[in-house]
Design a protein around this ligand. Sequence first.
Ligand code: HEC
Length: 121
Amino acid sequence: MKKSLVMMAGAATLVLSSQTFAASDMDIWVGSKIYDRAFGRGCATCHDIATNPNLIKNIKDGSLSYDRFKATVINGKNAMPKAGAAMDTVGKKKGYTGDKAIKAVFDYLKAGGGKIKKPKK
Ligand code: HEC
């Protein structure tokens, strides 16, 4: 019992400390839409393939920084197409373009990816 309380306190601290930098629910939801729809087929069509970098894993383990994420998305890299315009196309209806769109996708992946429910404003 005592142990589980300590663990719960630890989890609560983690949640609180991550919220200090946290994106809003709206950021993460729009990020998920951009990730699913950029280039029509979404980023996952390439990034869920084992031979390509796993963005969620690399962001979570700290090996993919926001700066490198942003630079790769803007400039492309080998088989990775430049994605800025494709991301803006999806994000702009919701007011997410440029850095704001890139950050939203990064935050969505950092939060673990998957299906996100539309937030109630
Ligand atoms: C046509 C397939 C394809 C699509 C679509 C694609 N990627 Fe990529 N991406 C790649 C490949 C292949 C690499 C590895 C490039 C290399 O290092 O040679 C990569 C690398 C990256 C990297 C660098 C990862 C690292 O660990 O350095 C990021 C960030 C990235 N992609 C983000 C995205 C985002 C965001 C989208 C959607 C907007 C996207 N990609 C869509 C194929 C794709």
